[in-house]
Design a protein around this ligand. Structure first.
Ligand SMILES: [Zn+2]
Length: 263
């Protein structure tokens, strides 16, 4: 029997077709990588994928990542011997709330960390048994805003407790450091007459003579503060009149010229 040529050609074509071509006409097969990637060639889809990535990144964003992105350094990476007790990462602060989340490291401008290192070297010479205990350095403006908004005081007296975030504080630039002196051996802070963030004249370096005269400070407490002030001065820091623990590496004008506010 004679089979027409076109029928032979048909069977030959079916027998030689590749399995994937057969599957392609039947069950779905996973797209090869290059094909699935090519989906993003569609600009609208590419945008939505990009947005999804950004949202995911924001969700995993942490305060620490922002500080690193701002070019700040961990003080203990520069001076391993210093101790850090971030008061705003605990409820042990005047505010009674943790506003730093899980942050445990203390960040500041690299130049400020180098200045603090000079101060530390001076402390090591004059008082080798002591170290710094750092309570705070950079305080992002967003955190300053939380403190400002949630402080239960009239706006007119809020600046006595926390700097107005609109004006910014030197902590926002990462150029201010709050610290005390502590035993190198056990980390026990020295007696400075008041605790950190104590609001009132006993915390004022400007009022020490008066506080001594009134018996609200003892000479050894002022002497401890003086050790801190002396070494910080050697590092190039300047204290302020109302907080024994606060030191500025730069004034406001220089800070603005050199650095951006950390948002
Ligand atoms: Zn301060």
């Amino acid at each position: 029997m004679r089979i027409p040529v076109w029928i032979l050609a048909f069977f030959l074509a079916v027998a030689c077709s590749s399995p994937s071509e057969k599957q392609a006409t039947g069950e779905p097969v996973p797209l090869p990588r290059s094909v699935s990637e090519s989906k993003t060639a569609d600009p609208a889809k590419a945008d939505s994928v990009q947005e999804e990535v950004q949202v995911a990144e924001q969700e995993t964003d942490t305060l620490e990542k922002r500080l690193l992105a701002a070019g700040l350094v961990d003080v203990q990476a520069i001076i391993p011997e210093v101790r850090v007790d971030l008061k705003y990462a605990s409820t042990d602060n005047f505010f009674g709330k943790n506003v730093y989340g899980s942050l445990t490291r203390c960040y500041m401008q690299p130049e400020v960390a180098e200045m603090l290192k000079m101060a530390y070297l001076e402390l090591s010479k004059t008082h080798p048994e002591l170290t710094f205990l750092v309570y705070d350095a950079v305080r992002p403006q967003s955190v300053q805003q939380i403190l400002w908004d949630e402080l239960d005081k009239p706006d007119s007296i809020k600046p006595l407790y926390v700097a107005d975030p609109k004006k910014g504080s030197l902590h926002n630039f990462g150029v201010a450091v709050d610290l005390t002196l502590a035993s190198k051996e056990n980390g026990e802070p020295l007696d400075m007459g008041t605790g950190y963030d104590y609001f009132g004249y006993p915390a004022y370096p400007d009022r020490e003579e008066q506080m001594l005269a009134e018996g609200k400070l003892r000479p050894e407490q002022v002497a401890n503060r003086q050790i801190l002030r002396d070494v910080m001065k050697k590092g190039g820091f300047t204290g302020i009149g109302s907080e024994w623990w606060h030191f500025n590496a730069f004034g406001r004008k220089v800070a603005r010229e050199k650095f951006d506010i950390v948002k």
